[in-house]
Design a protein around this ligand. Structure first.
Ligand SMILES: [Zn+2]
Length: 68
């Protein structure tokens, strides 16, 4: 029979292994460009939520120039 401890340990191992994959994926998909919709200022940052000029919310911009 499988003990609860063993099940818990297996679950932790699964969480750890899948967690690292999620981290890698999220970093890869994470945009480094953020644009303020109000003043159109584009920021290059790992994580940014506010425009420093008008304090409005900025949105991630895809790193493609197809729509530029
Ligand atoms: Zn702004």
């Amino acid at each position: 029979m499988t003990s609860p401890i063993t099940q818990l340990r297996d679950r932790i191992n699964e969480t750890l292994s899948s967690g690292s994959e999620d981290d890698t994926k999220s970093i890869r998909e994470q945009s480094s460009l953020f644009q303020c919709r109000t003043c159109n200022t584009v920021y290059v940052a790992i994580d940014k939520t506010r425009c420093k000029d008008c304090d409005d919310a900025v949105e991630p911009v895809r790193a493609t120039l197809s729509n530029a």
